[in-house]
Design a protein around this ligand. Sequence first.
Ligand code: FES
Length: 142
Amino acid sequence: MKQRMALQGLLGLCVGIGAGQQPRVQVASKHWFTRIWSHVNFQYLGKPATVIRVPKPQPPGPQHLQVGPDFYLAGYLRECPHNGCEVRFHPSAENLLICYCHGSLFRRADGRLEAGVANEDLPGLRLALEGEQVVVVGLTSA
Ligand code: FES
């Protein structure tokens, strides 16, 4: 079932250049994200990235996209701000991500730092809906 929830490396089609000269990348159809934590892993700016369906954020941040009345996505890079290691889904805590290099924990719902030696959140992705396609249009920091 996990294989059906995660489409890794198959998507992430560059479809142009967005604001600030950052690439626009088509991630997947909105219909891919059938339930909370359904996600797509791909590369953005040469770094591991994820778009994931999340519970309703309180409040939504710039890394969130509301797709429907109770349908929210979040996008972030999975590059640890501490020393650049790849951050992965925590194997036993479904609401967390973990950096195995030094143990920092991040929230799966928005990429915010939860604990550890990293001193920043994961870089957010700015998302847009073009028709039924979810597209990354840049970093939230740009
Ligand atoms: S590189 Fe991630 S905690 Fe150090």
